[in-house]
Structures are given as C-alpha cells and as structure tokens.
Design a protein around this ligand. Sequence first.
Ligand code: HPA
Length: 277
Amino acid sequence: MQDTLTHPLDAPDAKPFEVAAQAAEDIARLTGVDHHDIALTLGSGWGKAAELIGETVATIPATEVTGFSKPALEGHVGTLRSIRTASGKNVLVIGARTHYYEGHGVRRVVHSVRTAAATGAKIMVLTNGAGGVRETWKPGQPVLISDHINLTADSPLEGATFIDLTDLYAKRLRDIARSIDPTLDEGVYTQFRGPHYETPAEVQMAKTIGGHIVGMSTALEAIAAREAGMEILGFSLITNLAAGIQKTPLSHAEVIEAGQQAEPVISALLARVIEAL
Ligand code: HPA
C-alpha cells in the first residue's frame, strides 16, 4: 500500500505506463497468470458477475499491486481476480476503482485500465451504477453505453496526445451484448465530477446536450483504454432516475440497494456477454 507522499504515480517525473507495466508484472507474479485477454471493472451492482464468469484462479488485494490505492467506498471491493472462462479466456476482474472525485488525480483513476492493457487485455469492459435521464428507464435496468460526454474538464492523456474517440464504445461489442439480450437499450453516458449528485438543472443540461445517463466514473477510463489500444464495452446499471427526473431526493443508500436487487440478474447477463466476446 502506498500513501500519498510515496505513491508511484504522484511524483512529477512519474511514467504512468511504466508504473502500469510494473503493476502487470505484480499481477502475473501474484496470480500465476502471465496474460489476460479481457479486463472487467465492476461498478456498484455488478459485483456478483465475478462468481459467474468462470473459475477463479487467484484473488489478490489490489493494495499489493503497484500503484493501486485503497478503495474509498464501502461497496467497492478492493481486489483483483483472475478468472478462467469455460472457453479458456483469462479475465482480469478489477474490483478496485479509483474515482475522480477522490481528488488523487486522473493518473490514479486510469491506472487500473492501463494495467489491464499491460497484462495483455484487448477488451476492456467498464460497468457502473448511474442515474437515468430517460423517463422510460426503471431503476434496476442495465443499459449499454453508446458514447459519452466528459464534463470533468480533464483528460487522462498527457501532452499533445491526439486520440480518436469515434466508436469509443465499440458497436461490434454492443451488437454482441444485444445478441445475448435483445432488449438492452443504450444511451450516452455523461460524466460529472461528483461526489455530489447533479442538480435537476444539471440533469436538464445533460439531457439537452444529448446525455441519457449521468455518472461519476467511466468516461475518463474509456479514454485511457482507447489510448492503450483496447476495444471498450460499457454497461450502466440505472440505480435511480436522475435528480429532478425522479421526484424524490437521491441517496447513496438507494443506489446501493438498487444495485443489490438487480445484481443477480445483471451479473448473469454480464457473464454471458463476457463468454460471447
Ligand atoms: N448521478 C451520478 N452518479 C450516480 C447516480 C446519479 O444519479 N446514481 C448512481 N451514480
């Protein structure tokens, strides 16, 4: 475990991709699995998927891997797991997300994604719990992310790194997901900084500019995943309708509860999608 002063990503001359390469070596050593094919970040509500994807080869505390920080939040598991699917693919399950709102900087936010790429993963599956802007959506419903709007005013890219974000959430992968569940709807994920939930006015703004989902994670991670050359599949669990769309106040307890209720169904769906990738 690293504290703020000695964290390997915080030094001004830190090289994020070298730290990620070191982390990938740690994972290979600690799990005994020398490369992974797919990486999966589990957000709130998606945790049970890890049980259903295949056989767990190793589970390691994220804090033993270079550059990973302690989980900030209850409900976010601080482990990394290597799972082997029935068809023989190695899946790295990341249960240790660092959120932008924690204030440790964007390098730490995307370290898990860069590490996933360094383990060899070609596909990054990002999941989250989020608010729904579309009135027809119901809490407990999973939706595919079709694109995003990044309202953090930040980027994981450093220097003059110009990366194309067309088809960021690959249509190819969304089509595979829909071949498993044709009822899956999709929408544009709008990342706010958080950790406060949005005001109703901000939700209306998100809607006006083309957003359908509001959340506090995925967009920055997706950009880093694309930079690292991975194909991205994004899923949001709608844990609540966004502020002002639902008439009652939002609460973290409500978000966690919706996640827990939906967990068996969406985890089973996710496991089937992973097997089909
Ligand atoms: N807004 C932002 N993040 C969220 C929400 C929301 O309504 N619900 C769960 N995460």
